[in-house]
Design a protein around this ligand. Structure first.
Ligand SMILES: Cc1cc2nc3c(=O)[nH]c(=O)nc-3n(C[C@H](O)[C@H](O)[C@H](O)COP(=O)(O)OP(=O)(O)OC[C@H]3O[C@@H](n4cnc5c(N)ncnc54)[C@H](O)[C@@H]3O)c2cc1C
Length: 199
């Protein structure tokens, strides 16, 4: 996945007391230097639910689907950023905005539209590259009570694994320049979901 920094989003300046909502950062509306610009975070993606609401689908901060990605109305499926599905690893209903998840859900939904009863049980995954910094994230930890860092993440070296746990249970890992470890983590999560590992 490549960075999509050019995609238009609403941004909020993190620099107090500015904090005005801006559509586009320009030298005029925000005289940030290049160094300051590094601290600006663009957050603002919201699922467009009006069509689904009008169609009478069950909504819960996204379109509610079951493990087959079917909505509350039989025969109507939802996939990708808009879908909130029952995640086997956490036991919670989650909605994830990751490219690979949307792609995999689209495939599962398409097969189920054609009549297969296939559960969506893929482990959420994303990766991104920002210049020479590569990050992958496997699993889903909306809330966690412990984050352990193994390796190095400083000015000299970017090479680490961050493990997120809740109540002792491993829910997600973030990996910096450790692709192979990311694949191993995905496999481990899959085994956990299938009940092959007791954690
Ligand atoms: C700035 C940004 C950076 C991102 N970077 C990453 C990244 O590095 N890694 C990663 O994994 N993910 C990233 N993502 C998330 C990723 O882009 C999404 O998870 C993915 O695109 C979701 O795919 P989707 O098909 O569910 O939704 P979308 O790609 O949003 O597609 C939905 C489509 O439906 C269309 N649509 C909406 N309403 C209607 C309607 N009523 N009728 C017809 N068409 C309609 C929309 O126009 C759109 O084309 C990023 C997202 C953003 C915004």
């Amino acid at each position: 996945m490549r960075s999509r920094a050019t995609r238009p989003t609403t941004s909020r300046c993190t620099k107090a007391p500015c904090c005005e909502e801006v559509r586009e950062l320009t030298p005029e509306n925000h005289p940030a230097t290049a160094a300051e610009a590094a601290s600006i975070i663009g957050i603002g993606v919201r699922p467009a639910l009006s069509l689904a609401e009008q169609a009478g689908l069950a909504i819960d901060r996204g379109i509610t689907v079951d493990e087959y990605l079917e909505t509350s109305v039989p025969g109507i499926f939802a996939a990708g950023d808009i879908a909130r599905w029952p995640d086997q690893l956490t036991g919670e209903r989650i909605r994830v905005e990751h490219w690979v998840v949307a792609e995999r859900q689209g495939q599962t939904a398409a097969r189920n539209i054609l009549g297969r009863r296939e559960r969506f049980d893929a482990v959420p995954f994303f990766w991104t590259e920002q210049y020479d910094f590569s990050l992958a994230y496997v699993g889903h930890a909306e809330r966690f009570d412990k984050a352990e860092i193994e390796g190095q993440l400083n000015a000299e070296k970017h090479d680490c694994t961050i493990t997120y746990r809740r109540g002792g249970k491993k829910l997600a890992v973030a990996l910096v320049h450790r692709d192979l470890e990311g694949l191993r983590a995905e496999l481990e999560f899959e085994k956990t979901m299938r009940g092959e590992l007791g954690r």
